[in-house]
Design a protein around this ligand. Structure first.
Ligand SMILES: Cc1cc2nc3c(=O)[nH]c(=O)nc-3n(C[C@H](O)[C@H](O)[C@H](O)COP(=O)(O)OP(=O)(O)OC[C@H]3O[C@@H](n4cnc5c(N)ncnc54)[C@H](O)[C@@H]3O)c2cc1C
Length: 432
């Protein structure tokens, strides 16, 4: 028994009120389409709000080509979305919402107030004023045998038919914010291929000793140079920042190379990473400085003075090289320039900032409509692309939301015969 009356929507159902769903609702409503937006949670945009805690890195100011290359294997597909809506367009959109942005020293773009809440509040208010109908506490649970959308609500189940549907359900990280990847089996059952979800922008476990973890978890390492081998066997290096965690290592530099590390672990059961803990310092000079007599100074004080080492770097030398290594200047110098770490596994998806994998782009057309499910579109992080932190995640969510909304507009405008109503009901029952 349905606790809520079924809905037959002439226009669009947008499921998922993250940035991808909200921007799609904006485009659809702006084109005069009736829009109903559903979200499982009691309010929309929770992950967007949490992103605000880190200052809301909306996008990045680097030129188009290197920007698009951040999406790795999906560079070409994402570049097509970005040609429709790029970093400048996102900044202009924010300005239209009354939120000016600035470019930080690393090229990352933030709202001037570095907050998400005012932007989200104003955005949702305007969408409501423009006529978007919000239905919170509506958890989509797939399609009925007849092809209607099925929702669980506090008042009981509800069936909805819409002219076109956007799924913008997010990935599988931080499930407490609403995106719990519950949709994976339902899409697979509908014949929409999904690449396995995996943690992205996450830490990696190394397995420190309890003593080291207790003393140094949370300590930043900046700057460091990471040395690793990429998927094609190329030796690579990157300067950046990371943080020692209770179980291993994380931070923006780790996120930037996380896909290579994750793939290396999947392939070989573990992967090697070397840290240059003293970038810019020459190994011979280091050796000479460390070999100077230390007199009455403690070992830690000697290492601090001779090589500028802080407690976490000294701790790493001891943890990786053993206590004896600290008495051998040549060995210390080698360890400082190439500290070898063995990464065992990525941290669980729940903890990751984002998710790799998702709806395969090959299962969608250029307007992001499911080839096997006409009238059903997908956008945002639930699609199979990944990118490092730096504003690339939100930018691709916005851009794909806009591309999908425009695909929906084109679909809704298609002439249909009376026998073929504008409804997902037109989908063959075999796919239902
Ligand atoms: C801690 C943290 C910090 C971040 N910081 C940044 C940053 O600074 N810059 C950046 O670019 N990116 C950042 N991100 C990533 C970014 O927030 C996400 O990539 C982005 O929010 C994804 O947008 P989306 O619209 O695809 O999905 P989401 O924002 O995840 O929204 C999906 C929505 O779908 C709803 N939903 C899911 N399943 C169902 C269902 N079955 N029925 C109904 N509704 C459902 C959810 O409740 C949710 O509201 C951060 C992420 C985290 C976790």
């Amino acid at each position: 028994m349905s606790g809520l009356s079924p809905l037959a929507l002439p226009g669009a159902a947008v499921i998922g009120g993250g940035p991808a769903g909200l921007i799609a609702a904006e485009i659809l409503r702006g084109a005069g389409v009736e829009v109903d937006l559903f979200d499982a949670m009691g309010s929309v945009g929770r992950k967007f709000l949490v992103a605000g805690k880190g200052g809301l890195n909306l996008t990045h100011a680097e030129p188009f080509a290197p920007f698009a290359a951040r999406y790795r294997e999906r560079e070409e597909a994402v570049a097509a979305w970005l040609r429709r809506f790029d970093a400048d367009a996102l900044r202009a959109w924010a300005r239209d919402q009354g939120v000016d942005t600035f470019v930080g020293s690393s090229g990352r773009v933030f709202p001037n107030d570095r907050k998400a809440a005012p932007l989200l509040r104003g955005w949702v208010r305007r969408l409501r004023e423009e006529g978007v109908r919000f239905h919170v506490q509506h958890r989509w649970t797939g399609w009925t045998a007849e092809g209607a959308l099925h929702f669980d609500t506090p008042l009981g189940p509800r069936e909805v038919r819409a002219g076109a549907t956007l799924l913008a359900l997010g990935g599988g990280s931080w499930p407490q914010l609403g995106s719990d990847a519950g949709w994976v089996p339902w899409l697979e059952a509908a014949g929409i291929e999904v690449a396995p979800l995996q943690p992205a922008n996450c830490g990696f476990d190394i397995g420190w000793s309890a003593h080291f973890a207790e003393r140094h978890a949370g300590a930043p390492l900046k700057p460091v140079v990471l040395h690793w081998t990429d998927g094609s066997g190329q030796a690579r290096q990157l300067q950046g920042e990371c943080v020692v965690t209770a179980t291993g290592i994380e931070g923006s530099a780790i996120y930037a190379i996380g896909a290579d590390l994750r793939e290396g672990i999947a392939r070989d059961g573990g992967t090697d990473l070397q840290l240059d803990l003293v970038p810019g310092r020459d190994i011979d000079r280091l050796q000479r400085d460390l070999a100077r007599p230390r007199g009455k100074r403690s070992l830690s004080e000697h290492l601090r003075r001779a090589a500028g080492l802080d407690p976490v770097r000294i701790g790493l030398l001891r943890e990786v090289g053993g206590a004896d290594a600290l008495h051998d200047p040549a060995r210390i110098a080698v360890l400082l320039k190439r500290l070898p770490l063995r990464l065992r596994r990525p941290r669980p998806m729940d903890e990751a900032i984002s998710t790799a994998g998702g709806v395969r782009l090959e299962a969608l057309d250029a307007g992001l409509m499911a080839r096997r499910r006409p009238g059903v579109f997908c956008a945002g992080e639930m699609l199979d692309w990944e990118a490092p932190t730096g504003g690339y995640l939100l930018t691709a969510c916005f851009a794909s939301g806009i591309v999908a909304a425009e695909g929906m507009l084109a679909f809704l405008k298609q002439p249909r015969t009376p026998a073929e109503p504008v409804s997902e009901h037109a989908v063959p029952p075999a796919l239902g």
